[in-house]
Design a protein around this ligand. Structure first.
Ligand code: FAD
Ligand code: NDP
Length: 367
């Protein structure tokens, strides 16, 4: 197959794994979903409605998150459609889970420790059951393991995390504690430029702490940032401590790394924009990933570089990283997995595929 140009990585090929692998005697499924954020549960809802009996591994503090994913660490989610009054992040994920279960998803509260994607059916192992013979198998796998924002672990950070400190301006920028208050962003990449510019809508002023004397952000975004009247870039500057009244952040201790000069910056908000870490350790050596470790998919699809393995949510999205975009890509992954399974079932029978393939009721009209 000719290399596919990727939207966010080097060209890659979709490879067909060897077929005819051994099915697990413990459990074999048509589709296994790894991950329990908006992407994983949306995939599960679609697949369960298509009567494919999906199995979803929700993780046991996998990647540092409780089942339900990143939203379990936040309070108000105000930008997910359907909740005009906002919704608590944990409550929203409980609803996602209940909806998955309602249609028959098997949810298993364990972490997947290892996968072998070289042959179909694909093999995987649960944490604590990693002997060669412990494997279970799946015809298709959806990776929805998410990502986590990098943090600096400064003194005081834990005290004020989500009480003035955040890693998502789009998620948290509009909350009252930041309104008309001085705010700070740490980072010098596109995320920092974008987040700082976004925060000018809410804060009285935005300081951007850049540890070097230059920005890594693209020229156009850097220009937009540096020319904004409500933005001051503090070059060669790092934060050394988060300070406040015990409840809310009030200032940062900062240091100029060139001169060694230290000072206090009065800010009521601090937003980290120093990059994210996609949770791809499980598959990094097996599917195509980009330089930052994100799974690369065929543009406009959830297809990874291995036929039968799909990726959805933050694990394959370094640009938007929102609950709604994760849910959307989970839907895509489910529709693509269902389609592949149907096509292969048709191929396996004597009847030509076009006569055999009848989309399930849930998917009629979409494929
Ligand atoms: P995640 O939510 O990251 O979930 C992945 C899940 O998979 C985790 O539970 C993890 O434990 C599990 N997992 C990982 N590895 C394994 C494994 N090997 N086996 C089994 N399970 C595994 N977005 C918005 O749209 N609006 C907001 O207001 C908003 N607020 C946010 C506030 C905070 C504090 C944070 C951190 C993020 C916020 N976001 C918000 C972003 C949003 O949470 C993410 O974009 C979204 O959760 C990504 O969904 P996901 O399905 O890709 O994965
Ligand atoms: P990047 O890795 O590009 O940038 C991270 C920034 O954080 C760098 O300036 C880096 O500094 C700084 N940083 C890292 N660690 C520390 C630290 N410990 N202390 C202080 N500063 C630190 O991440 P982004 O999230 O900005 O971007 C990731 C990818 O997503 C990029 O490819 C980007 O182009 C893309 N993106 C695109 C957007 C768009 O097109 N609209 C929007 C957002 C992201 P240094 O430069 O010194 O290493």
């Amino acid at each position: 197959m000719a290399p596919i140009p990727s939207a966010h990585g080097a060209p890659f090929e979709v490879n067909e794994p060897k077929s005819g692998g051994e099915k697990s005697k413990k459990m074999h499924s048509q589709v296994v979903i790894i991950g329990s954020g908006p992407a994983g549960h949306t995939a599960a809802i679609y697949l369960a409605r298509a009567e494919l009996k999906p199995v979803l591994f929700e993780g046991l503090m996998a990647n540092g998150f409780a089942p339900g994913g990143q939203l379990t660490t936040t309070t108000d989610v105000d930008n997910f459609p359907g909740f005009p009054d906002g919704v608590n992040g944990g409550e929203m994920m409980d609803k996602f889970r209940a909806q998955s279960e309602r249609f028959g998803t098997t949810i298993i509260t364990e972490t997947i420790a290892k996968v072998d994607l070289s042959q179909r059916p694909f093999k995987y192992w649960r944490e604590g059951e990693e002997e060669d013979t412990d494997f279970e198998t799946a015809d298709t796998i959806i990776i929805a393991t998410g990502a986590s924002a990098k943090r600096l672990n400064l003194p005081g950070e834990e005290t004020y995390w989500q009480s003035g400190i955040s890693a998502c301006a789009v998620c948290d920028g509009a909350v009252p504690i930041f309104r008309n208050k001085p705010l700070a962003v740490i980072g010098g990449g596109d995320s920092a430029a974008e987040e700082a510019t976004y925060l000018t809508k809410y804060g009285s002023h935005v300081y951007v702490l850049v540890r070097k004397g230059e920005l890594r952000a693209s020229k156009i975004m850097a220009k937009r940032l540096t020319s904004h009247p409500k933005v001051t870039v503090l070059w060669n500057t790092v934060a050394t401590e988060c300070q406040g009244d015990g409840d809310l952040l009030q200032s940062l201790a900062i240091k100029n790394v060139k001169t060694g000069e230290t000072s206090t910056l009065d800010v009521n908000g601090l937003f980290y924009a120093i990059g994210h870490e996609p949770a791809t350790a499980l598959v990094r050596e097996q599917v195509h990933t980009d330089a930052d470790g994100y799974i690369v998919t065929v543009p406009g699809t959830a297809q990874t570089s291995i036929k039968g393995v799909f990726a959805a949510g933050d694990v394959q999205d370094k640009k938007y990283r929102q609950a709604i975009t994760s849910a959307g890509s989970g839907c895509m992954a489910a529709l693509e997995a269902e389609r592949l399974i149907s096509e292969e079932e048709a191929e396996d029978s004597e009847i030509p595929a076009e006569e055999k393939h009848v989309p399930s009721e849930a998917l009629t009209g979409y494929l």
